[in-house]
Ligand binder design. Structure first.
Ligand SMILES: CC(=O)SCCNC(=O)CCNC(=O)[C@H](O)C(C)(C)COP(=O)(O)OP(=O)(O)OC[C@H]1O[C@@H](n2cnc3c(N)ncnc32)[C@H](O)[C@@H]1OP(=O)(O)O
Ligand SMILES: O=C([O-])CC(=O)C(=O)O
Length: 383
């Protein structure tokens, strides 16, 4: 039996080194490769941030245009993948967007003939995954509404093209800007559950697709990426600005966790939430759909007051305001967690590259708390 004392959920345990992302929970600061997210938002595009995460530096113009060209080359969904997506969306099991993405990430690995473990191949695979998972998410959104697939446009950036493929028309400027910012803000978050899952998978020297497939499975859960869908579902269930405060209070009094609040690392505030709230306010006002935003703001007030009275430093997280923002872009709730994938796949792949570069298998130990020295009883004598 181990002498070590465990920390439930590995809270505050330093599980490895990384130079990709710093989450400063005390100060409410998020830094990608040395750049504060507030210095990237509104200045860099998501494509520049992808480059930053993979290569550790911002791209110059020709480096960016090379990455952009590769992403565009991988946007069109091949026929076999499109057929797979369509059949899953039409199946009686009605898989969620996350289940479809998880299957597609795995399928892309199975049909990739290049099994090399060189960095150059990994960059190609990462590029394919970033481009393809966005296109597939748009296709899922359309098939689930009984609409036809819309082919990508190579004259549009990553964010604008996704909204075009989903809605079948070009999005307005503010929606594109807000979506690009949301992609940047969700891109990486050091050793969160899905990223750590990806790193554990590839640390066995398994392939990149396996890493991303397992990460999608981890992100899907309601305690992690799934919370962004739950926030808007809760608002839709309450469905009244007037009742929002009392309904949320009732949930808290009954010990129900309110989605969009709490974080393992942030103690002061989640810096991404502030930016998303600003864009959600602006966009919901522009499209004249302020109800979910108003209810979310009321929820924020009630939950923060509830925890302040208990002396707890619980704050809202990245998932609280993304719901009303995405809804104002005309995106259905079921795609919200897949939207997280479209962004976080850039961070997962960056961590996979980093793991391969300094690999050692990840294998901690368990503090055994089960019985010991049991006496074996043959089956015929067991009661
Ligand atoms: C992208 C992301 O993954 S961000 C997180 C998204 N997830 C959510 O929004 C789901 C809701 N939040 C949660 O479940 C948690 O806060 C997590 C999973 C994010 C963090 O979990 P942990 O660090 O293990 O915190 P834990 O769940 O132990 O919470 C600590 C205390 O705060 C309470 N608490 C935490 N989050 C919430 C919440 N959203 N609503 C109400 N109470 C909460 C817990 O009940 C617990 O109370 P207790 O001390 O009286 O038992
Ligand atoms: O860091 C975490 O625990 C959860 C996460 O992925 C995020 O907040 O983006």
């Amino acid at each position: 039996m181990s002498e070590a004392k465990t920390k439930a959920g590995l809270q505050d345990v330093v599980a490895g080194e990384s130079s990709i992302c710093l989450v400063d929970g005390k100060e409410g600061r998020l830094v990608y490769q040395g750049f504060d997210i507030n210095d990237l938002v509104g200045k860099a595009s998501f494509e520049e941030v992808i480059y930053l995460l993979w290569y550790g530096k911002l791209p110059n113009a020709s480096e960016l245009s090379a990455l952009d060209a590769e992403l565009k080359k991988n946007r069109e969904i091949p026929t076999d993948v499109l057929e797979l997506v369509k059949s899953l969306c039409n199946s009686s099991a009605n898989p969620t967007g996350m289940e479809v993405l998880r299957t597609v990430a795995s399928y892309l690995g199975a049909v990739d003939e290049d099994k090399s473990m060189e960095r150059e191949t990994h960059i190609k695979q990462a590029t394919k995954l970033v481009a393809m998972l966005a296109s597939v998410t748009a296709a899922v959104g359309r098939f689930k509404q009984g609409l036809d697939y819309v082919a990508p446009r190579n004259d549009l950036g990553h964010a604008a093209n996704f909204l075009y493929m989903l809605n079948g028309k070009e999005a307005d400027e503010l929606s594109v800007e807000a979506f690009d910012v949301a992609l940047i803000l969700h891109a990486d978050h050091e050793f969160n559950a899905s990223t750590f899952t990806a790193r554990c998978t590839v640390a066995t020297m398994s392939d990149m697709y396996s890493g991303v497939t397992s990460a999608i499975g981890a992100l899907k859960g309601p305690l992690h990426g799934g919370a962004n869908e739950d926030v808007l579902r809760m608002m839709m269930e309450i469905d009244s600005v007037e009742n929002a405060a009392s309904e949320v209070r009732a949930r808290l009094d009954n010990g129900v966790k309110v989605p969009g609040f709490g974080h393992r690392v942030y103690r002061s505030y989640d810096p991404r939430g502030l930016v998303l709230k600003r864009y959600a306010k602006q966009l919901t006002e522009q499209v004249g759909q302020t109800k979910w935003f108003a209810m979310t703001e009321i929820t924020e007030g009630v939950v923060l007051e509830h925890f302040a009275k208990k002396g707890k430093d619980l704050k809202y997280n990245v998932d609280l305001y993304s719901g009303s923002l995405y809804n104002a872009m005309g995106i259905q709730v079921e795609l919200f967690t897949p939207l997280f994938v479209i962004s976080r796949v850039s961070g997962w792949t960056a961590h996979i590259l980093e793991q391969y570069a300094h690999n050692r298998i990840i294998r901690p130990v368990a503090d055994y708390v089960g019985p010991i020295d049991q006496q074996f009883v043959p089956i015929a004598e067991r009661k």
